[in-house]
Design a protein around this ligand. Structure first.
Ligand SMILES: *Cc1c(COP(=O)(O)O)cnc(C)c1O
Length: 345
């Protein structure tokens, strides 16, 4: 039996339509900028994000890295959250590869950075100080319960950035989840940012790929940075073909994942031994704590595995479940029922 895999939405397999589009894609050498399918994807992405230009990259991590490198010089400082993916999960790339100095601000529970904290962290001109160059935001915020940042919050950060001449980079790995959850146009969440990264390979189900968007000049620099870090790909249109199917057909259905997340949260909240705040569940990500006198985190995971259910333990006793296209409503019921049975023992 195929397991019910809630570890991540990256586990989604390409759809039959994607596989067909990939097989039949018209391709060329993209380092020569001659891949028609890739160009089509970049044009569509730029339009959806509301920027002049876009660039296909193999991963979200590379997209964030080359964005930071395209905004910053060595020694510049970047403001970002202590729970942000860029700070926690991207191997310190900006420092290791770019000589860029991360300044970590404590994230609020909803993924925002407090505005006064941003403002007081911006450096004055002083011979001792690095130059504050960039603010990075994350929408939806993965490790803050998958919370979407609102257009109003984004606008208020943009006001600060403009006041001090800073750039904004948006890590929008799950940007389309945010737009669907808030029921707003994507552009209302991207107009404040100078650069935006989003992933095709998560809930949108494509096998590989992310896009970076920004103005023409920024994307030109990012294209060169992508080449520098080894991301210049050749007949990448085969990958882009799946991305086109994702952007054209799989955005609206993200709301099914959000519904399933709410359903799972509802059913888990009432189980003894689970601590979960339902009000935090806004998109496709759920975090909960295990609080059971006899069953510890590892035992819980192995008992779930024995029932063909996989979830992720992000800290001892803390779990993340991510809903996606390959988890049905019925399977959500099965997961809740199984957890109930395990914890009743
Ligand atoms: C997954 C993710 C990334 C990185 O994407 P990869 O394709 O896995 O490198 C960046 N930011 C956030 C918020 C993510 O969830």
């Amino acid at each position: 039996m195929k397991p019910i895999d809630l570890r991540s939405d990256t586990l989604t397999q390409p759809t039959p339509a994607m596989r067909e589009a990939m097989a039949n894609a018209e391709v060329g050498d993209d380092v020569f900028e001659e891949d028609p399918t890739l160009k089509k994807l970049e044009t569509l992405a730029a339009k959806k994000i509301g920027k002049e230009s876009a660039l296909f990259v193999p991963s979200g991590t590379m997209g964030n890295l080359i964005s930071v490198l395209s905004h910053c010089q060595r020694g510049d400082e970047v403001l970002l959250g202590d729970r942000s993916h860029i700070f926690v999960h991207e191997v310190g790339g900006m420092a290791a590869l770019g000589g860029v100095h991360p300044r970590i601000l404590r994230n609020n529970e909803d993924g925002t950075l407090p505005l006064p904290l941003i403002e007081q962290s911006i450096r004055q001109t002083d011979i001792h100080y690095p130059l504050t160059r960039l603010i990075c935001l994350e929408n939806t915020h993965n490790f803050c319960h998958g919370t979407p940042l609102s257009p109003e919050y984004m606008d208020s950060v943009a006001v600060l950035a403009a006041k001090y001449g800073l750039k904004i980079h948006l890590d929008g790995a799950r940007l389309f989840n945010a737009a669907v959850a808030l029921d707003v146009e994507v552009e209302t969440l991207t107009r404040q940012a100078d650069s935006v990264m989003f992933c095709l390979s998560k809930g949108l189900s494509a096998p590989v790929g992310s896009l970076v968007s920004g103005n023409r000049d920024f994307i030109q620099r990012a294209r060169k940075m992508r080449k520098m870090v080894g991301g210049g790909m050749r007949q990448a249109g085969h990958l882009a073909a799946a991305g086109l199917v994702a952007l054209e057909n799989l955005v609206e259905r993200l709301k099914d994942d959000h519904q399933n997340a709410r359903l799972l949260a509802e059913q888990l909240t009432v189980i003894k031994g689970i601590e979960l705040d339902q009000t935090q569940v806004k998109t496709n990500i759920i975090f909960f704590k295990l609080n059971h006198p006899e069953i510890d985190g590892d035992t819980f995971l192995s008992r779930l595995e024995a029932k063909s259910i996989k979830i992720l333990m992000t800290d001892p006793g803390v779990f993340r479940a991510v809903l996606h296209r390959e988890v049905s409503r019925e399977q959500v019921e099965t997961v809740a029922q199984t957890i109930k049975t395990i914890l009743a023992q």
